[in-house]
Design a protein around this ligand. Structure first.
Ligand SMILES: Cc1cc2nc3c(=O)[nH]c(=O)nc-3n(C[C@H](O)[C@H](O)[C@H](O)COP(=O)(O)OP(=O)(O)OC[C@H]3O[C@@H](n4cnc5c(N)ncnc54)[C@H](O)[C@@H]3O)c2cc1C
Length: 392
């Protein structure tokens, strides 16, 4: 790094930082993009099982959690998923559509990183990885000074795109929150999101025995319900339905699982009583046998032919409103995202500039914006990166 003076320094060469850098570079800005990790965009590389669910065909503000639900509207409408799709198509990326409008790379997520790196090259961005950041100062005449492992750099504008706390092994840090506080910005308490839920005692043991099973159910936490799969693992409940619900679950609260969301369970049990059919056989039509066995051990219904309608109603209720009390989440090591972050009231929703510090910008997941599962988090990174890049 021989140059020390830049129009823009961006800290964090992840999804939002790369997008912002290319956009600013195309505006004719001299941009330096710094990251302390050995490679750019580590999360893109491993996301979506190595295929990266990079956006969704339908992105709505309701797909995001933010203290101010209006905050995301401007950037998302100015850079919709169709704009990102158009970008990757221009680069010839082969992608596939999966359930609920999710788009994934067909071959590998690193193809997407290559596209973003190419955009940065074309836009004349200097990308420097393996560079630790020791501190940032600001004064009116010199602008921002960033002290790095390999020397000092200065710029009139500084963009913080350092992401959030999820996956510390990928070099995730709370750097952005500390910097925001240094400049007097309010930061909302963080917690792991899109994360497996952990149970204690008997449920922990039962779920461990069911490890490997997946079931299509509907999971509710708070006011939100998600009709998606649940996966039993040795240590937790996981799968898309649980990850989605985890964003809305609070410690001490229950989650509720409808184990047969497409069946009129009470009516089916009445029919079964009438026809003299067996409950195990009925449940095995829908559930893995191991789950049915566990279910009937915990909720025995001995003799369906002689059971009262009241007892059938109660059993149906147990199946459709199975209340579970997780002990905790599996933590940031397993969380795809981080809830909370820099209070969006502190930055402009159009430019992402801090209201209390001209020239300082925050984009991506470091903000108090969290998407649901389905490519929304990357879409937020692209959209906030572009909006900020255009404003620099
Ligand atoms: C396992 C996993 C799978 C995921 N899958 C999906 C998916 O399929 N679809 C989806 O939409 N979202 C997914 N996400 C979420 C998505 O990856 C993030 O929301 C998105 O990457 C956030 O972009 P960002 O630019 O804000 O931060 P990041 O992409 O995390 O980038 C932040 C960058 O800042 C750097 N950095 C951090 N601290 C410092 C520091 N102190 N000094 C210098 N550099 C620093 C990091 O090294 C990193 O390169 C997944 C996340 C994980 C963990």
């Amino acid at each position: 790094m021989t140059e020390t003076s830049w129009d823009v320094v961006i800290i964090g060469a992840g999804a939002s930082g790369l997008m912002c850098a290319a956009t600013a570079g195309y505006q004719g800005k001299k941009v330096l993009l710094l990251d302390h990790a050995p490679k750019a965009a580590a999360k893109i590389r491993i996301s979506g099982g190595g295929k990266c669910n990079f956006t969704n065909l339908e992105v709505r503000p309701a797909n995001f959690i933010c203290s101010n639900p209006h905050f995301v509207k401007s950037a998302l409408s100015r850079y919709p998923s169709s704009a990102f799709i158009e970008l990757v198509e221009r680069h010839g990326l082969e992608y596939e559509q999966r359930e609920l409008g999710k788009l994934f790379c067909k071959a590998r997520a690193s193809d997407l990183i290559q596209i973003l790196r190419t955009e940065c090259d074309w836009a004349g961005v200097t990308v420097q990885v393996n560079t630790g950041i020791q501190g940032v100062t600001f004064n009116e005449s010199a602008g921002f000074t960033v002290l790095t492992d390999s020397g000092m750099v200065s710029s009139a504008k500084l963009v913080v795109a350092t992401g959030a706390l999820s996956f510390p092994k990928l070099k995730a840090t709370g750097f952005g929150y500390d910097l925001a506080k240094q400049f007097g910005l309010k930061v909302i308490k963080q917690s792991p999101g899109l994360v497996p839920l952990v149970f204690s005692g008997k449920w922990h043991e039962r779920f461990a025995e069911l490890s490997g099973l997946a079931m299509d159910v509907c999971v509710t936490a708070g006011e939100k319900s998600f009709k998606e799969a649940v996966l039993f693992t040795h240590t937790s409940l996981s799968g898309p339905g649980i990850l989605q619900a985890s964003n809305y679950w609070q410690i001490g609260e229950k989650i509720e699982v409808n184990l047969l969301p497409d069946v009129d369970v009470y009516q089916s049990l009445l029919d079964l009583k009438q026809s003299g059919g067996g409950l195990t056989k009925f449940l095995n039509q829908y559930w893995p046998k191991r789950f049915t066995q566990m279910w009937l051990e915990v909720h025995p219904l001995e003799d369906i032919a002689n059971a009262s309608n009241e007892a059938l109603k109660m059993h149906a209720e147990q199946i459709t409103h199975w209340a579970l009390y997780p002990e905790k989440t599996a933590g940031y090591d397993k969380a795809e995202v981080t809830l909370g972050g820099i209070d969006t009231d502190e930055v402009s929703s159009k430019t992402f500039e801090a209201k209390k510090q001209a020239g300082l910008y925050f984009i991506g997941e470091v903000l108090d914006v969290t998407g649901q599962l389905g490519g929304y988090n990357f879409q937020w990174a692209w959209a906030s990166g572009v909006a900020c890049g255009l404003a620099l």
